[in-house]
Design a protein around this ligand. Structure first.
Ligand code: ME8
Length: 488
């Protein structure tokens, strides 16, 4: 038996101190689109998301809310799940780091790393940023603040266990060299490469002052550093070491993350895996950031955008589309309601919605045979769209799909079907309906709800990538409502 190609994609597991905003929605929607694309191709697909529940940040947030950490995080986790449902996220697994099975996996992996001689006891003295759960040296601080987020840092002086990250410099460089796509996108690879070439310092991996976390299996006074605990979610969710899913899906094909946590994923994570004798993932893709009114999205700046509100106001698919159409995955962008509205009106209503509406309107007034010879197939390049999606160029893929939609609209203008009848009209309709059926398949990972609505109006079954070829049209057209509503 030939095994199906497989695709394992993950999002970061999000902190549970607050509910998700547009930034969290971005990564999750992008991963959802890629997972749905691979399902269209018939790949055995596993899409993992989840929550990072331990650490000082969650401990403090729980205390503020007057709840136990577990009680507090349970509430936020339900909120995350509610948001992912509202955004039509098709995850296959949801991992919580407070799951006992996850904690056992982490302890087991740490024991392997220790047995490999890569953990030693020492003393940590340096700075800690609680919002980022990150250690910094004095030299790294910017004006005495966290160089990543600009917030206050706190001085730590405590006994700690260390992981010998320094030992892995050569093996990491070899990994990057042997797997040219490991560090993605290319534009961000250099930064990591240079830092690794400069030399790696061992990292502190335990704390004595934090209780909310995985107990360090080799010394119960210590709690494991939340990042080390968190990274192992990607294999604990698959039941490492013996789980069937682990055997089927590991190594991950893509860890999709925001650029600020690239270091953890591109350097620390593969080093931990190499130490534990586990194969590293195939690719870490660090995407860009959304700002809001030109600034980082933060509660204290009052510029946090609620993804569910956007979806309710402008339609879910217009929101999903805007997230992926505004800029390539590697770049930064500024989120604005005006930008969302413009895309909704100019691209979704005027192009996609218009094409469907014109097609079904003409079809509704036609009682001849919908048949003819393919004319609109020549400018359709499904292979190109697939190549772009394989490179995680979701923006380029949408551009290619939408330029085809434009071509189909131009075909209507050129053919002037309102002047035609009989077999000539049947031929134009045939071409339009087949084009619309295929477009519906191609947009389905991005806009699953709209694809369903299109299929209902042209009487088509949900298809897969192999169905994106012109063939006899056998649907029954039932004209329905406009796909998108224009917003003033
Ligand atoms: O870092 N623009 O969790 P987190 C784009 N728990 N993406 C954004 C964004 C923005 N403005 N804001 C957040 C953590 N994100 C750790 C991860 S993984 C083992 C542990 C997205 O809740 C982006 O994916 O702070 C970023 O990396 C992630 O949310 C950070 O989420």
């Amino acid at each position: 038996m030939i095994a199906l190609p497989k695709f394992y994609i993950t999002t970061p597991i999000y902190y549970v101190n607050d509910k998700p905003h547009v930034g969290h929605a971005y990564t999750t929607v992008a991963a959802d689109v890629l997972a749905r694309w691979h399902r269209l191709k018939g790949d055995a697909t596993f899409f993992l998301t989840g929550t990072d529940e331990h650490g000082e940040k969650a401990e403090i947030a729980a205390e503020k809310a007057g709840k136990s950490p577990k009680e507090f995080v349970d509430g936020i986790v339900s909120e995350y799940k509610r948001v992912w449902e509202a955004l039509n996220i098709s995850y296959d697994g949801f991992i919580r780091t407070s799951d006992p099975a996850h904690e056992e996996t982490v302890a087991k992996a740490i024991e392997k790393i220790y047995a490999n001689g890569d953990i030693y006891k020492g003393f940590y003295e340096g700075w800690y940023c609680i919002p980022d759960e990150t250690f910094w040296t004095e030299l790294q601080l910017k004006d005495g603040k966290c160089p990543e987020c600009g917030r206050d840092v706190k001085l730590l002086k405590e006994e700690s266990y260390f992981f010998k990250l320094s030992k892995y410099q050569d093996r990491l460089l070899k990994l990057y060299n042997d797997n040219k796509d490991f560090l993605s996108p290319k534009a961000r690879a250099k930064e990591i490469l240079n830092r690794v070439k400069d030399g790696l310092k061992d990292i502190s991996i335990t704390r004595t002052t934090i209780k909310w976390g995985v107990t360090f299996p080799l010394d119960k006074k210590h709690t494991l550093y939340v990042w080390v605990d968190a990274l192992f979610n990607y294999i604990s969710a698959l039941g490492w070491p013996e789980g069937q899913k682990f055997k089927e899906f590991w190594p991950a094909d893509v860890h999709l993350v925001g650029k600020e946590i690239n270091w953890f994923h591109s350097v620390i994570w593969p080093a931990l895996l190499l130490s534990a004798g586990i194969e590293p993932p195939k690719k870490v893709f660090a995407h860009g950031w959304w700002t809001s009114s030109g600034r980082q999205m933060r509660k204290s700046f009052g510029n946090v955008i609620d993804p569910v509100l956007m979806a309710e106001k402008y339609s879910l698919d217009a929101f999903r589309y805007t997230l992926l159409k505004t800029m390539p995955l590697g770049e930064d962008g500024d989120f604005s309601e005006d930008g969302l509205k413009t895309r909704l009106n100019n691209e979704l209503v005027a192009e996609l919605g218009n094409l469907l509406n014109r097609t079904v309107t003409i079809a509704a007034g036609f009682d001849g045979k919908i048949e003819g010879k393919p004319e609109l197939d020549a400018c359709l390049n499904v292979k190109l769209v697939d190549e772009l999606m394989e490179r995680l160029d979701t923006h380029g893929a949408l551009e290619a799909i939408f330029s085809y939609i434009k071509i189909a609209n131009k075909y209507v203008n050129d053919k002037e079907p309102w002047k035609l009848k009989g077999a000539e009209l049947g031929n134009v309709l045939y071409n339009l309906l087949e084009a619309v059926r295929i477009i519906s398949i191609l947009v389905s990972p991005f806009m699953p709800g709209s694809s369903e609505k299109i299929n209902a109006q042209i009487g088509a079954e949900p298809g897969n990538l192999g169905d994106c070829v012109f063939r006899p049209f056998n649907g029954k057209v039932v004209k329905g409502e406009h796909l998108f509503r224009k917003m003033p």
